[in-house]
Design a protein around this ligand. Sequence first.
Ligand SMILES: C[S@@+](CC[C@H](N)C(=O)[O-])C[C@H]1O[C@@H](n2cnc3c(N)ncnc32)[C@H](O)[C@@H]1O
Length: 190
Amino acid sequence: MSAAQKWDQRYRDITAPGAPSWVLTHNQHLLPEHGNALDLACGASGNGLSLAQQGLTTSVWDISAMALKLQLQWALEQKITLQTLQRDCEKLPPEPASFDVICVAHFLHRPSCANLSRALKPGGVLFYQTFCANKLADSGPSRDDHLLQESELLSLFSDLKIRFYREDDRCGDLDQGERNRAFLVAQKPQ
Ligand SMILES: C[S@@+](CC[C@H](N)C(=O)[O-])C[C@H]1O[C@@H](n2cnc3c(N)ncnc32)[C@H](O)[C@@H]1O
């Protein structure tokens, strides 16, 4: 079964969009007022809907046709305009200097990270969150190539200016905090 078919199956019974990602909701003030945004590997998340609601011209890309069908349906229901595109983002990353905002949540393909930096326009902002290898929860991916090493987002996007970074790891009271993921907001120099 192809990756697209696997994800199509996962999304078959989804009826409502997920909440926008933590990194977006906690850093909304870092979004530009205008411009175009991409939610890459959008799945069934509410990130694209949220970005469009903030006034950005928003595209959502995924390899799964089912995810995009859901996104379009929710956009229509909420009277929001979303451009959907079925695209293998590993083989076909976004073009250089094409977006003011790129959001990536729970998707990691290390060879594409340099292309994501390149795909930001000058001053453009990347919002990224995904799972860490040292996560506490059993949920989330188990393959090493889908899990971040310590501080890895910082090195993957070292060409960008860091505006926000959080990685709680195992520090302090483990009953509190964000223990499973790392969060980055980073801006391309002008
Ligand atoms: C764990 S889900 C995350 C979805 C969403 N970003 C979220 O945070 O809920 C991973 C998503 O990546 C998509 N995906 C996997 N490989 C892909 C590829 N090569 N190109 C584009 N999307 C891909 C899957 O279809 C799936 O929707």
